[in-house]
Design a binder for this molecule. Structure first.
Ligand code: SF4
Length: 313
């Protein structure tokens, strides 16, 4: 029965756009906002070097340093996305650095400002699992009573060895504790996972799939590890100590991963979006549409779908 349903879908996985449309009855788009917050793995509290793949921008747009308020950024994003995708509703996506890392009154002011913008129906908040505590979860739980609230935790890998190697500054247990503290509050939980991390085998990646499946989280973002200028990973790459995944290798790993996570888990992303001027390698990572097309095509060829091998790792 599930097979009939899934194979009739346009995509063989539970994609975020379809999920949002089913909730709101229209096109909903995320608008990335830069709140000017920091990260304990950058500001010296844990380290100042950061994760080995991250540069000093921390995935930021730089809008905060250009003086744009949250409201300015959202109004600008609304205009663009309404024109481009005919989007009618929006989620404010706090992406840069760690967006629960700050004084409570600052966080409340930022989130309140975002939710006050017309047609913003919720928040998506990217953070580290060591940057949440009960007061911030209580605040998000309050919002979740009347808005859609996603909390996105960077896990990257469920291997402590890998987390140490990439200088994450937290372990897998920390992620599991954060997820357990967030469950049953009405807050949706998303995990970020990176494929292609140094030293990781297919087996490690499938272990990560099993770990997030067992925790009962609501969504996942998969990222390709690409090399960005000015990062420790660039040094490893140029020394020949790190090899990037080939496109087909990545596609096969994504399909393996999708097959093993529950169909209910919403897929928020299946590859990253490198800034062309910052990208060192692999160049194929710029072909996002092609990669997404091939992922679905590979699932069709295999005659599998998200969840078709769940529980059978
Ligand atoms: S936690 Fe995020 S912002 Fe902080 S160093 Fe790592 S990737 Fe960069």
């Amino acid at each position: 029965m599930v097979k009939v349903w899934v194979t009739q879908m346009k995509l063989r996985y539970n994609d975020f756009n379809t999920y949002l449309r089913s909730l709101f009855g229209c096109r909903v788009q995320k608008i990335t906002v830069d709140a000017g917050l920091s990260c304990p793995n950058r500001d010296g509290r844990l380290s100042s070097g950061g994760c080995i793949f991250c540069n000093a921008r921390g995935s930021g747009t730089g809008a905060h340093s250009r003086g744009q308020t949250i409201t300015d950024q959202l109004l600008q994003g609304k205009k663009f996305l309404a024109r481009r995708y005919k989007a009618q509703k929006f989620l404010a996506y706090f992406q840069s650095f760690s967006n629960t890392y700050g004084p409570m009154d600052t966080l409340r002011r930022l989130y309140d400002e975002a939710l006050a913008v017309e047609d913003v129906v919720g928040l998506s908040i990217g953070t580290r699992p060591d940057c949440v505590d009960v007061p911030v979860l209580d605040l998000l739980q309050d919002y979740a009573g009347h808005h859609l609230i996603w909390l996105e935790y960077g896990l990257q890998s469920a291997s402590d060895k890998t987390l140490e190697l990439i200088n994450r500054g937290h372990d897998v247990q920390c992620f599991e504790n954060a997820v357990r503290a967030t469950l049953n509050r009405g807050i949706k939980i998303c995990a970020h996972v990176i494929l292609g991390l140094p030293g990781e085998s297919r087996r490690d990646i499938l272990h990560t799939a099993r770990t997030i499946s067992d925790l009962g989280i609501d969504g996942v973002k998969l990222h390709l590890l690409y090399v960005v200028k000015g990062t420790p990973l660039e040094t490893l790459y140029r020394q020949g100590s790190y090899r990037c995944l080939e496109q087909q290798e990545y596609i096969d790993l994504v399909c393996d991963f999708l097959e093993r996570i529950p169909l209910e888990m919403v897929i928020q992303r299946l590859t990253g979006d490198p800034h062309p001027e910052e990208l060192v390698a692999p160049q194929w990572s710029r072909e996002k549409t092609e990669t997404l097309r091939k992922i679905n095509e590979t699932l069709e060829k295999r005659d599998t779908w998200q969840g078709s091998k769940a529980g059978g790792l």
